[in-house]
Write a protein that binds this ligand. Sequence first.
Ligand SMILES: Nc1ncnc2c1ncn2[C@@H]1O[C@H](COP(=O)(O)OP(=O)(O)O)[C@@H](O)[C@H]1O
Ligand SMILES: [Mg+2]
Length: 226
Amino acid sequence: MEPYITCEELTLGYDRIPVASGIGFTVSRGDYLCIIGENGSGKTTLLKTILGIIPPLSGRIIRSSAYTGIGYLPQQTDIQRDFPASAYEIVISGFEKKKGLRPFYNAGEKAQALAEMERLGITQLKDRSYSELSGGQQQRVLLARALCASANILLMDEPTTGLDPQTTADLYELILRLNKEGMAIIMISHDLHSAMKYATHILSFDEPVFYGTKKAFAERGKQAHE
Ligand SMILES: Nc1ncnc2c1ncn2[C@@H]1O[C@H](COP(=O)(O)OP(=O)(O)O)[C@@H](O)[C@H]1O
Ligand SMILES: [Mg+2]
């Protein structure tokens, strides 16, 4: 099976100043890649690079013909939390790019927006104001939006930040279900325990940089302690 995305020997950074180098990995259907590493090690920079917001300083990003797009769940800011729109409006805005200059969303897009809300169990929140929703509900709305935007890859940056333990557990289970249904997941996480529970692959920015299966990562950890 051809990977959706292959990254080779990436050097990441800003204005020619490197932040991280030697980054290589693939993302294929069904993969659940957790990206871990200390604060400031370059995780979010990688995400911006994959999304095409900034170019890599060197190396290659290859997107195969099987790649259809990435749905991105942004790290939430307080401004976004107060966004004045209904849950449904946020979800359907996932089609913003596809819609282009058309004035309205089409019937297929409206139907899919509702279907994604159904899939994530938030149909009843449809007409509620996004800003009034709980943190966990807001994350589900953003996930449904990302599912509209994409995609066979879901990209998330610390999606459980600010959520209570139960809501965090529920969100992880939901993401796992989407992964089991075939969605490839790329998740930045500072939560190593959950990463080891859910991921199939680990990319660690801590020196020396590591990419491989979760099992290989665990073996490496053992060797380091021997
Ligand atoms: N827009 C930017 N311009 C220049 N340097 C940046 C910018 N954003 C982040 N950095 C620097 O890049 C490094 C990696 O940051 P980041 O990717 O956000 O780390 P992480 O997500 O792993 O915490 C940090 O040293 C940070 O200060
Ligand atoms: Mg970050």
